[in-house]
Write a protein that binds this ligand. Structure first.
Ligand code: GFB
Length: 320
């Protein structure tokens, strides 16, 4: 990528899309196309077509598609799956027809089989059943990877897939019924602190473990992958902090300043018990995350205090 290359960040309003735009601008990539609010409706083939025929991006970062936490995945599997399938089909096909040099597709760690050996290696993809709470969304993400692979094989397109760990950061979706664990707990703890509530129920048993990567690191990793990786296999974008939900909740409480007791609501689902990516291939290429978990939590909380209590647009959250 040159500093003046036309670049399109698909899903510019998502957690990762916003971080990517910031990162690219910070690095001097000034020729960004389709920046919100000028982004087409990705579920509309016609709008995507018009956009590509005019904007002619050379590089595409695919951070598009609706996504959300465990509760959204259970409540709206059809919506999540369809939105992601449509955005993927429209963008990949337009990218092929308008000669995009390279496209980086962001899949999700939930695309791994539920019982795959940990840490998760790409060889395990499609070797077993998915976690039922997010099977529909994960199937759309697998389809995205497979479509990239099919375009590579049939047309020789430079479409690459990366699989990021559970991401969080500024521009996340802080709504209680849609957000992932970090933004949702951050908001709930903030509200509990303001109301002086003595106890906060964390969903599930608190025992599941997740690898968390802040959106700044994910964006940095994406730009690195765009410049240094071109293989047919997906590449894991991880190497972050693996914590139990109990540990993550305690860290969030500290950052928010919530001093009440954390209890556990076993009526809520745990989801996958452990999700940790094997980031060895990326480390070998020379990339590892650099932002400390607590620093990233603090940045996220500052952003929340400035923006999110106003309730942003629906589904402003990561495609992971
Ligand atoms: O972040 P989360 O919704 O995503 O939940 P997943 C992670 C864990 O945190 C689960 C627990 O065990 C939740 O039960 N948790 C505790 C909470 N309190 C809360 C809370 O207030 N809100 C939420 N949301 N969780 C998603 C998938 O799974 O991961 C998506 O459903 C996507 O498809 C994403 O792949 C990366 O990691 O369980």
């Amino acid at each position: 990528m040159n500093r003046d290359s036309p670049i399109y960040v698909a899903g510019g309003e998502t957690l990762l899309g916003a971080a990517l735009r910031e990162r690219l601008r910070g690095e001097g990539f000034a020729n960004l196309r389709g920046v919100p609010p000028d982004e087409p409706d990705l579920t509309s083939a016609g709008q995507v077509e018009d956009f590509f025929s005019e904007a002619r991006p050379e590089y595409v970062f695919f951070a598009a598609g609706k996504s959300g936490g465990i509760s959204l995945n259970e409540a709206r599997p059809a919506e999540l799956m369809l939105d992601n399938l449509l955005a993927t089909a429209h963008i990949l096909d337009a990218a092929r027809r308008y000669g995009v040099t390279k496209l980086l597709y962001l899949a999700s760690s939930c695309a791994y089989p539920r019982k795959a050996p940990q840490p998760l290696r790409v060889e395990s993809l499609m070797t077993g059943p998915l976690e039922p709470t997010n099977a529909a969304y994960a199937t759309a993400k697998l389809a995205g990877w497979q479509l990239c692979d099919a375009y590579r094989r049939q047309y020789g397109d430079g479409f690459v897939t990366a699989i990021p760990a559970n991401s969080f950061g500024p521009h996340d979706d802080f709504s209680l019924d849609r957000g992932h664990v970090i933004p949702a707990l951050m908001r709930r703890m903030h509200e509990a602190k303001v109301r002086g509530e003595p106890e906060l129920p964390v969903w599930g048993t608190g025992r599941p473990q997740r690898e968390f990567l802040c959106s700044r690191d994910v964006a940095d990793g994406c730009v690195f992958v765009m410049q240094h990786y071109g293989g047919p296999q997906p590449i894991n974008l991880g190497g972050g902090t693996a914590l139990s939900i109990t540990e993550a909740a305690a860290a969030i409480a500290e950052v928010v300043g919530y001093r009440g007791r954390l209890s556990f609501d076993n009526s809520k689902p745990d989801g996958m018990m452990l999700k940790m990516l094997d980031a060895t291939p990326l480390r070998r290429l020379g990339w590892r995350p650099s932002v400390d978990f607590r620093t990233a939590l603090a940045e996220t909380y500052v952003w929340f205090l400035q923006h999110a209590v106003k309730e942003g647009p629906e589904y402003v959250c990561a495609a992971i």
